[in-house]
Design a binder for this molecule. Structure first.
Ligand SMILES: [Zn+2]
Length: 569
């Protein structure tokens, strides 16, 4: 007898073969990311956004006409239309415009195309490689250089040509993530990253690197880089999950457990760092830094707090120790210091003392930025602006170099023959991109600062490690063009919940929801409520498919598990 799942798979393969480019890639990403209780995958038309941060806040952004023109050509958008509506002065090369929040989560090229630079001449053959590569390949590349049997989900075979034959291992592997630094950012500002441009000639540059999962979100990209696994395995599939309670949207950030405490048992895969550290009796130094916890945890993993079922997987190593606390830390916007989760991680002692406001004061005049705060209280109110400024870039670079120096080099652990793993995310590019648009001059200046900071990290590694280090630079995701440019529509989660609630009697709409939870791409339905009010899955699909915003349909596809050839719930 043919099993249902085999039939589903056959149907899925048939659909995959006949579907066109964008749809095939999008479907593959959905299949790799679907959760056990997901019912529907929501695919918007290009440039449309479903996001909780409703786009009410406006920011005054600045643009170069020439750069913007190139962006519009790249994304098939009408330049004449924009020229007519924006009313700028013909003679000025730059102009300003109020813009609304933009974001990222789809599998369209602006969200999913990313660059990868891989440097380490002892191990890597430089050149431009056109093979498609995913973030999930990264830990496999490291494991190969470490000659370490890390469990892989995807094969490295086609990349054999990239590696040199050697038994020598790097003393340190450093991974730098430029947050929201997809191809779209570099194409928008082609003259603003001189270091990375020249770095292309010294490294293996992968021009067809791609986010191969849904959603193109920070935590998902970082967990891919940490684990090499897809969200259907890691269960890390969105920065936050939304539910409906008393007529309001409730947002639960990833890894948040009871009483707003971190719960690392929600992260269902081991990272390479978890595995490598344990297998080597905690001798490797693991450092992971980003001002957002979801990013530093996604790359480093579980530290000392490895859940029992994952710990069992490590038992095959003849290690005689239990997991230790790694250096994994993020910003606390209230204390204005680096913070961590003591049960699993720690902050390097030299960086426990760093105060962000003091750092700002002592770097005034050295860092070129329009950010200003008149005192500590003012600074506290403006933390999000600080985080999207060149000061944050400088703080991130300073802190990670200091951590490496104090925790590895000064303790002579760099030449202990066991490779240390260091991860750092330069996140200001993401914050400025969300608020001002990656097309803006504001984003361009932060990219310039980020490029300079990467050069400093590279020079620092060269001076301490000579040629015995490996450095990888990539992104967690790209982002959508601003709405004023793309004319995309913006649907909030509140409006989505309210839309689906129209299938319920009016009096029940605040207390009941047909949606159990929703992210940006995945939706789980509440079967009990559906049964109680006699609403079917196909009614919900029809409602969503017919939904229009700004006179156009919002969703391009609503896929069921069956459409994707995935086992039923
Ligand atoms: Zn991100």
């Amino acid at each position: 007898m043919i099993k249902i799942s085999n039939l589903c798979m056959a149907l899925y393969l048939l659909i995959s073969i006949i579907s066109c480019g964008w749809e095939r890639d999008y479907r593959d990403a959905a299949v790799r990311s679907i959760q056990k209780d997901t019912d529907l995958i929501l695919v918007p038309y290009p440039f449309n956004l479903l996001d909780n941060y409703g786009g009410e806040a406006s920011t005054l952004s600045h643009f170069s006409k020439e750069e913007l023109k190139e962006i519009m050509i790249e994304h098939d958008l009408s330049w004449d239309d924009l020229k007519e509506n924006w009313g700028w002065e013909e003679s000025h090369p730059e102009f300003e415009k109020e813009v609304k929040y933009t974001s990222h989560y789809t599998n369209y090229s602006y969200d999913s195309n990313i660059p990868i630079w891989l440097y380490g001449p002892k191990w890597i053959r430089s050149g431009v490689y056109s093979d498609q590569i995913y973030q999930q390949h990264i830990p496999s590349i490291y494991a190969r250089l470490l000659q370490h049997p890390f469990e892989k989900e995807i094969d490295l075979k086609k990349f054999d040509k990239v590696f040199r034959e050697t038994k020598e291992k790097p003393e340190i592997i450093v991974t730098i993530i430029v947050d929201q630094g997809g191809d779209q950012l570099y194409k928008a500002h082609p003259n603003s990253f001189p270091f990375l441009k020249s770095f292309k000639n010294q490294s293996a540059y992968f021009k067809n690197a791609k986010v191969a999962h849904l959603e193109a979100h920070t935590v998902v990209g970082h967990a891919a880089i940490g684990t090499g696994k897809f969200p259907n395995t890691t269960e890390v599939f969105s920065n936050e999950v939304y539910t409906w309670k008393n007529g309001k949207v409730v947002s639960r950030p990833v890894f948040q457990g009871k009483d707003y405490q971190l719960d690392l048992s929600q992260f269902k895969s081991l990272t390479l760092a978890d595995d490598w550290d344990y297998a080597n009796n905690n001798i490797p130094v693991i450092i992971s830094q980003c001002y957002a916890a979801r990013a530093s945890i996604g790359m480093a993993g579980h530290g000392k707090d490895i859940p029992i079922e994952l710990l069992d997987k490590l038992k095959s190593y003849s290690s005689n120790s239990s997991p230790d606390r790694d250096f994994v830390y993020w910003a606390n916007s209230l204390t204005l210091r680096w913070d961590t989760f003591d049960k699993a991680f720690e902050v390097p002692s030299s960086n426990q003392k760093v105060d962000f406001y003091e750092f700002y004061l002592s770097n005034k005049g050295k860092v070129i930025s329009t950010f200003e705060a008149k005192d500590r209280v003012d600074f506290s109110k403006k933390v999000s602006l600080f985080q999207s400024s060149e000061y944050q870039v400088a703080l991130d670079g300073y802190t990670i170099r200091d951590s490496i120096e104090k925790e590895i080099i000064n303790k002579s652990l760099h030449n202990d023959k066991v490779t240390d793993l260091v991860y750092v995310t330069l996140k200001a590019t993401d914050a400025v991109g969300h608020a001002f648009g990656w097309e803006s001059k504001e984003s361009e200046r932060v990219l310039t600062a980020t490029d300079m900071e990467i050069r400093k990290i590279f020079d620092f590694l060269r001076s301490h490690y000579d040629d015995k280090f490996l450095l990888l630079v990539t992104a967690d995701h790209g982002a959508a063009p601003m709405h004023v440019v793309s004319k995309g529509s913006f649907l909030t989660h509140k409006n989505l919940f309210e839309l689906v609630s129209t299938l319920l009697p009016e009096a029940e709409r605040n207390n009941e929801s047909l949606i159990q939870w929703v992210t940006h791409s995945q939706m789980s339905l509440n079967y009990e409520t559906m049964k109680k009010f006699n609403v079917s899955e196909s009614q919900i699909i029809q409602l969503l498919s017919n939904f229009e915003m700004d006179g156009k349909p919002f969703f391009r596809k609503i896929w069921t598990r069956q459409d994707l050839g995935v086992e039923p719930r």
